[in-house]
Structure formats: structure tokens, C-alpha cells
Design a protein around this ligand. Structure first.
Ligand SMILES: *Cc1c(COP(=O)(O)O)cnc(C)c1O
Length: 419
């Protein structure tokens, strides 16, 4: 499928009068329409709710848009919980799915009434102690081990993942929670990441639904919600077929009717904790070409670097690139598109065929709306960029300013050194 930018060259030139590149730009209309498609796809399930994985795009303006679309938040750290609190999320508006969890995070999550998802059997006693008792609602995270397969294709390796409880621990865990006074129970699992297939959720759902039935038989505990978590992916590459959320929702419904309904568990609410699927395609990194270099290879240097988008440097991830205004020109130049870090892996693309790039061209890097800005850091003393929102009426709003050198120097005081 041809990958198009959600912003035009004319719009970028207009934005350029106020905001310098680089910046992350988000598409409000795209975000809202996609959230609506998700809710439509699961409208068959009475308690359905999406808890947006805050870590993917921890911007309060974005999260507030999703809140207006009916979403809650999935938090996994102290500051994510604090952001949720400030935005007015409470109780069943929050999932807290963390691991290796510090005591203070359990305390705050309990105070907010969040639905807490424990990552380990030992966390039952740990939380009971540090948070002075467990809340009425608790969730457990399942790790079935082995390989996660869809027909014969290995999607991921839960057996090597640090997350979750084994089946035996899960059974014992629900018994223990019940003894400790818990009244409402959830089941959670996240078994494969960035899946570009409509089969992931239905396959996962079958495993989880059968597990819920087994839990009921062995412990008498009736699960109230099943959290399919994240992992529904997006087509980063033009040759990938996008997921069809309607087909995914129907696939989950079929398994629900086959497994849960006959077991008397037809009231189970389905939760999701999607990050990438909710935001990935609705954000891009807008940069300009500032240098060209001809040595053993052809290089184009951008005004952005891995600090703004780490995925290519970190995982060798593909991000599509559009040279704005040259969409219809032949891709007859082979470039490495680089950032400015003193790290040879700071390349947004290697041997990418693109139209001829001139200095000053706007270069748009696609699909950075999730796990993009969020993964940024300050290596080489580089500063994080601004985040802008392209609103539904076509106007642009700054939703986070760019860092300044003062931000970078804010955590120590030169006077203490030079006194
Ligand atoms: C990262 C994460 C998510 C979101 O994953 P995506 O791949 O962005 O959908 C959801 N739940 C948990 C617990 C996570 O750690």
C-alpha cells in the first residue's frame, strides 16, 4: 500500500513560520477516527474498554483526546500514574500494568483506585504489605511459556520473557487473592509485539478464555475482565497489509461465544491496552535536510537524530520516509539518512531509494506517533523536540515545547562545582 503523509508540504511551510524543525506532529482527526473504529469493532462486548498504554505517547493533550473517545489509561510507573491523576482518571479508568514494581507505585495505584495487574506471585504478599492490604479488584498477568504460534508461525517467545505468572502460580494466585478478600478478578497477558496479522488477538483470546474457564473450575473464582493488552501492530513498511480491527473484533467475538459463553462467563468484559495501534500512524517526525555528504556512500544529514526517534538505531526498525513535494518523482537515489549523534548507528535509513534530496527539503519520517518521542533521551547533550498537534480544523497547536539548554542543565548547579 502506498504510504501517504497526513500533512501537506503547504501546511509544513505554514507551520515553519512559527515552529522550527525537528518536531513530532500528531493528527487529531486520525486518532479520533481510529479510536472510534476500535470501539465499533468491540461494541458486541458490553464492558469493552481500551486503556491506552501511556508509555507509547505520554503527552497529556493526546491522552485527553483519547479520554474523550472513551479510553482509560494503562500506566506502568509513578509518573505515568501521576499524569493519569492530573488528567482526572480514577478507578476503572486506570489499569496499572507494571513489573519489578517499587512499593510507592503500588501505594499510589491503590490510592487512585486503579485496577492493579500483578506481574508475579510474590507481588501478592509484597503489595499486601507495602500498601496495607489489597483493593477489592485485582488482576494477574499470565505467561504460558514456550513459543507463541499462529498456526505454524512463531510470533514470539513467552518462555524467554520476564513477565507474568506460570499457569500453576496463576491458579494458586487467584486462591490467595480470594483468601485476602479480593472480590473482583482480572486476567492479563501480552504475548507478542507489533503483530501485523488479524489472527493475533483471536489466538491470544482463545488461550486466555480457556485459562479463565480452567481458573473457574479449579478455584471457583469467576474472572470479570480479560485484558488482551497491547501488541496489535501497524504496517511500518509499504508492502505490509494493515490490520483490520473489525475483523480482529469479530475474531475475538467468535472465540468468546465458543469458549466463555458456554462456561457461564458471558459477562466477561474485554479490555485492551493498545499503544502502537492507537497512535503509531497518527504521528510523524518532521525534519529538514541540512547536509549532504559524498564519501564511500551518499549521506543526507537531517536536523533530527536518534534522540528524537530511537527505533531505527535501537532495533534497525524500518520507518518510511517521504521527501515532501517530491512524492511523484522517481526513487533513483540511494541514501543513508543520518542524524548527528557520534554513533554510527544514528541512521534513520540505510541504502534507501529516494528522490534526489536537496538541502532544505522537508523530510517526513512516518509512523512515529507511538514509541517515538517517548523513547527519546539526551545522549550527546541533544535536546528533545517539540510536539505539535494538527487539530481537526487544520490549525496547529504546540502540545509540548522543545527542551532548552536550561532544561538539560537543570539537575545540577554549576555554582557547587566552581565555588
Ligand atoms: C508496552 C505495553 C503495552 C502497549 O504495547 P503496544 O505494542 O504499543 O500496543 C500494553 N501493555 C503493557 C503492559 C505494555 O508494557
Amino acid at each position: 500500500m502506498e504510504k501517504k503523509t497526513f500533512v501537506t508540504l503547504e501546511q509544513l511551510k505554514e507551520i515553519d513560520k512559527t515552529y522550527p524543525t525537528p518536531y513530532h506532529l500528531y493528527d487529531e482527526k486520525g486518532i479520533r477516527e481510529n479510536a472510534k473504529r476500535l470501539y465499533d469493532a468491540f461494541s458486541w462486548n458490553k464492558g469493552f474498554k481500551e486503556y491506552f498504554a501511556v508509555k507509547a505517547t505520554p503527552n497529556p493533550f493526546i491522552i485527553n483526546i483519547l479520554k474523550e473517545c472513551g479510553c482509560g489509561v494503562d500506566c506502568s510507573s509513578l509518573t505515568e500514574l501521576m499524569m493519569a491523576e492530573k488528567l482526572g482518571f480514577r478507578d476503572d479508568g486506570i489499569m496499572f500494568s507494571s513489573n519489578d514494581t517499587p512499593a510507592e507505585e503500588f501505594v499510589l495505584a491503590k490510592k487512585l483506585g486503579a485496577q492493579i495487574n500483578l506481574d508475579d506471585f510474590t507481588h501478592i504478599d509484597f503489595m499486601n504489605e507495602v500498601a496495607d492490604g489489597l483493593p477489592e479488584t485485582m488482576c494477574l498477568r499470565f505467561n504460558p511459556g514456550g513459543e507463541f504460534k499462529i498456526s505454524t508461525t512463531i510470533m514470539d517467545n513467552p518462555g524467554d520473557a520476564k513477565y507474568g505468572l506460570t499457569k500453576e502460580q496463576l491458579i494458586e494466585g487467584y486462591k490467595k487473592l480470594k483468601e485476602l478478600g479480593v472480590k473482583k478478578f482480572g486476567l492479563h497477558a501480552f504475548l507478542a509485539s507489533n503483530t501485523v496479522t488479524n489472527e493475533y488477538y483471536p489466538t491470544l483470546a482463545k488461550i486466555m478464555f480457556e485459562t479463565a474457564v480452567e481458573v473457574k473450575e479449579k478455584t471457583g473464582v469467576e474472572i470479570s475482565f480479560i485484558n488482551l493488552s497491547g501488541g496489535v501492530g501497524i504496517p511500518y513498511r509499504p508492502d505490509q497489509e494493515p490490520n483490520d480491527i473489525k475483523v480482529i473484533g469479530e475474531g475475538v467475538r467468535k472465540v468468546f461465544e465458543e469458549v466463555l459463553v458456554p462456561a457461564g462467563l458471558g459477562d466477561v468484559a474485554i479490555y485492551t491496552e493498545l499503544g502502537r495501534f492507537m497512535l503509531g500512524p497518527y504521528g510523524c517526525l518532521v525534519t529538514k535536510a541540512i547536509h549532504e555528504k559524498h564519501i564511500h556512500k551518499e549521506y543526507i544529514g537531517l536536523d533530527a537524530c536518534a534522540v528524537n526517534l530511537m527505533r531505527p538505531a535501537m532495533y534497525g526498525a524500518y520507518h518510511h520516509i517521504t521527501v515532501m513535494g517530491k512524492e511523484n518523482e522517481p526513487c533513483d537515489h540511494k541514501y543513508d539518512i543520518t542524524g548527528s549523534l557520534c554513533e554510527n548507528n544514528d541512521k534513520f535509513a540505510v541504502d534507501r531509494m529516494l528522490p534526489k534530496i536537496d538541502i532544505g527539503d522537508f523530510i517526513v519520517i512516518h509512523d512515529t506517533g507511538a514509541h517515538g518521542f517517548a523513547m527519546g533521551y539526551n545522549y550527546n547533550g541533544k535536546l528533545k523536540s517539540a510536539e505539535l498537534l494538527l487539530q481537526e480544523d487544520g490549525s496547529v497547536k504546540m502540545i509540548r515545547r522543545a527542551e532548552t539548554p536550561a532544561d538539560y542543565f537543570a539537575t545540577f548547579d554549576f555554582c557547587d562545582i566552581l565555588k
